[in-house]
Every structure is written in C-alpha cells, then in structure tokens.
Design a protein. Structure first.
Length: 158
C-alpha cells in the first residue's frame, strides 16, 4: 500500500483498488474475506454505502473502494486484513489551500496646518486630527460613553 496525500476538504475521494496475492506473489482468484478500515475519513463502497470499516467478500481477488476526505487535516491509517495477513498505508489529509483575499478599510485625513521643523519651536499639541475627535466625541461629560482623550473614537450615550 503506497502512501498518498489529499486535501482535507470533506468531499474529495481517493479511489483505492484492493488486489489479493499469495506469499509467492500469484494472484488469488477465489473469494476471500477481507476487512478494510480507516482511522480518519469514510470508506465508500461501490453500492454507495459509507462506513469507517467494511468486511468484504472479494471474488476474483480484486475490489474497489473510495476513501472520502475528512474536513480536518490529519493522517489516516488505512488497513486491509485477512486472517493473519495485514497490509496498511498512511494517507495525509492536508489543509485545503485557498487564494488569499485581503479586505480592509482606510480612513485618511489631510490638514493644511504646517508643522515647524525648527527644533526650538514649541510642540503643537493639536494638529487638526485631535480637534475633529473632540467635536465628534462630545464634551466628555458623565453622560457620554467615553471621552475622546486617548481614544480613536467614541459614541455618545443616552
């Protein structure tokens, strides 16, 4: 059984073919009972039934199943056993990669005031942006939701 990987998207299916061979490598043609199980995801039989494990009577030494991907990433251990013989493999379900979409909102303000680059000039405490916040936020009294000092925005309470 070869290791594989698939997206963990909840609907992808990995098609599995089970072929039976004896110890010498010759194909087994007689009906043989085989248990197929998975630790993650669901197995789907050709008749549409889904389960984590199936007990199959395989005529002709060949059967086909689908392994349905889970919605969460992880590793599934898929095992087929018949009597004392067991074969297993791992299938990694990786996160589904989607295109990145960046969404944002920008808010810009412009002021016509000039800031002096003179090191000896006193610092301007309010350059327009803070003034607009003072008018927007209200007076800062006890009835307001919060005052605008040290805040980016505020809403007036009842």
């Amino acid at each position: 059984m070869a290791d594989a990987k698939a997206p963990a998207d909840g609907h992808s299916a990995l098609h599995m073919v089970i072929q039976l061979f004896d110890a010498q490598g010759a194909a087994i043609r007689s009906a043989t009972r085989v248990r197929v199980e998975t630790s993650t995801g669901r197995l789907r039989a050709p008749d549409g039934k889904e389960a984590a494990a199936f007990d199959l009577a395989i005529p002709g030494g060949r059967a086909e199943l689908d392994l349905l991907a889970p919605v969460t990433p992880g590793e599934a251990l898929v095992r087929a056993s018949s009597g004392a013989v067991r074969v297993q493999g791992k299938i990694r379900f990786v996160p589904q990669m989607r295109p990145i979409i960046a969404v944002g909102v920008g808010d810009f303000g412009f002021s016509t005031q000039r800031v002096s680059t003179d090191a000896n000039a006193p610092l301007a405490s309010r350059l327009g942006f803070e003034d607009s916040l003072q008018h927007w936020g209200g007076s800062g009294d006890a009835n307001s939701f919060w005052s605008t000092e040290g805040r980016a925005a505020g809403f007036r309470g009842p």
